[in-house]
Design a protein around this ligand. Sequence first.
Ligand code: ADE
Ligand code: ZN
Length: 347
Amino acid sequence: MNVQATKPLNTRLETLLRGMPKTELHIHIEGSLEPELIFALAKRNQVTLPFKDVDSLRAAYDFKDLQSFLDIYYAGASVLLEEEDFYDMTWAYLKRAHSEGVVYAEIFFDPQTHTHRGVAVSTVIEGIDRACQHAKTTLGIESALIMCFLRHLDEDDALKTLQEALPFLDRLIGVGLDSSELGHPPEKFERVFAKARALGLKAVAHAGEEGPAAYIWGALKALGAERIDHGVQCVQDDQLLAELKRTRVPLTVCPLSNVKLCVYDNLSQHPIKKLLDMGLCVMVNSDDPAYFGGYINDNYIELFKALDMNEDDAIALAACSIEAAFVPQSKKDLWLGQLQAFHQSLT
Ligand code: ADE
Ligand code: ZN
């Protein structure tokens, strides 16, 4: 990562960013697996990893693009075998998110990464869901699950995955699309998304991370996506910018991810402030925090340092994170009230 010289934040702004109630809507739960937990699970499950220890694994987190990251991310996920593994991973993330002011998280998971290794979809969903329920009752943080299809696989595999998940439909809020973007346009998954939407699931899709603005149009038109994950390549297309502004289809932006995967050389080049100022609904997320050098508040803080953003920007981003959540308006009003109260409580 090319680290730019950045100004320190004033204490009040840093307190606001760290403590403000916010949601996280773009977090791959497998991307929250820290190297220490990867090695602990490898030992528990007798899985051999192609890395000697935690330090040599961390040293490999030097990515040149999305694919170079995905290769290591899928290797890391290979230690997940039992329900308890999915529980431990999700619980660790939710504890951390709660400590960073996250009131609600929509969590992506990749069932095909596990079912292709012989792990049942029930094992995956029940482990993740049990941690979500435990976090709600013990910490108060709420969450929902979004099942992602891997776009480097074919649509029939996604259809089969949707079929296998039918008994767990009540645990899911939506479906998503992730993995290698270039060469795998959204249109490839039109039928499976139509089927998922007919089942009452929300649709989101990664688009315009490395891929062109045309993939964002594709996600909107062919998949009926109600949110776009990343979406930063919308800056290439004025008509698309106008459409995103008009419809307020949110973009779940992940600043540190974009730098770590070389979409931008450094955060000072990131377009999120420009998009916010243009009136788009954008907010900050961590994507794969264990791999990209930070959880949600690291993303907020590094971004605010690099782009010289202020308190109004912080409140606007947190408000967008609440607006973009798949929850009833009454819940959004409650969290927006808490956001305002937290801001007013700062001295
Ligand atoms: N899977 C996990 N992280 C991803 C990302 N940033 N883009 C696409 N697929 C992913
Ligand atoms: Zn992502």
